[in-house]
Design a protein around this ligand. Structure first.
Ligand SMILES: [Fe+2]
Ligand SMILES: [Fe+2]
Length: 245
């Protein structure tokens, strides 16, 4: 096939796919719509439901790597890239650099609420336990200062959440638990290198971290999403977020 034929074939496949009905999960519209009320949809009798990748999204390789998710599914990852670079500049160990590179993947590509927990769960089968632990607990630690490493409550949070915001009890419990844990500092270092006001003019390339990812991320040979790990389904949902079932 020539490039043109390929493009035409892709376009044809896309128009066919869009003949299918794409239904969003409740979570995608919850709040904008009342999830307890029935949804009214345009009549779609006889139309097939989408049971594969969403043709409106870039196609992913058959065996996607974590870096492919950065390229094809995550929102611009400048924040994580700059955090990872800062950690490197500060002389952090590779596992901390990796943790910084991955710490907000849930915000970038999955679910924002409780993002530290979601990211940790997504990553658990593929990274050192210490790395996913640190990512889980950065969710809580970011709300609590640690003057010993120069970490203050972020000024930005006052702007974002107001001066009276107080973390929920489960966050406070997680903070206390983390404070006494042997990996406390690994998680704390994510916060220390977490750039709350990153510089939009600085562009860090993902390729800078290819080697660190290669050494520290257990990329499954079947591709993320297809290795039957306990979180493979979560990666598949990121690949095909509008699959009907
Ligand atoms: Fe975060
Ligand atoms: Fe962050």
């Amino acid at each position: 096939m020539t490039t043109l034929e390929r493009a035409e074939a892709a376009e044809h496949a896309m128009s066919e796919e869009l003949d299918r009905v794409i239904v969003k999960s409740v979570l995608y519209t919850s709040g904008e719509l009342d999830p307890t009320k029935p949804v009214t949809r345009p009549p779609d009798e006889g139309k097939l439901r989408l049971m594969g990748p969403d043709p409106r999204l870039p196609q992913m390789p058959d065996k996607p790597t974590i870096l492919d998710f950065f390229t094809y599914r995550f929102a611009p990852a400048n924040h994580m890239l700059q955090s990872a670079r800062l950690a490197q500049k500060n002389g952090a160990e590779e596992k901390v650099v990796l943790a910084c590179l991955l710490h907000d993947i849930a915000i970038a590509g999955f679910i924002r609420s409780d993002h530290g927990y979601w990211a940790a769960q997504l990553l658990e089968p593929y990274v050192d336990e210490e790395v996913s632990w640190a990512i889980r607990y950065h969710q809580a630690l970011r709300f609590f200062a640690d003057e010993s490493v120069g970490y203050r409550y972020p000024e930005m949070y006052v702007k974002l959440f107001g001066p009276d915001y107080k973390p929920e009890p489960y966050i406070e419990r997680a903070y206390r638990e983390a404070r006494d844990h042997k990996w406390y500092m690994t998680s704390r270092l994510i916060c220390v290198n977490d750039l709350y006001s990153f510089d939009p003019t600085v562009q860090v390339r993902l390729e800078e971290f290819t080697d660190i990812v290669g050494r520290n991320f257990k990329q499954p040979k079947e591709g993320l999403g297809f290795d039957d790990s306990p979180t493979a389904h979560m990666w598949r949902t990121i690949i095909a977020p509008t699959k009907y079932l």
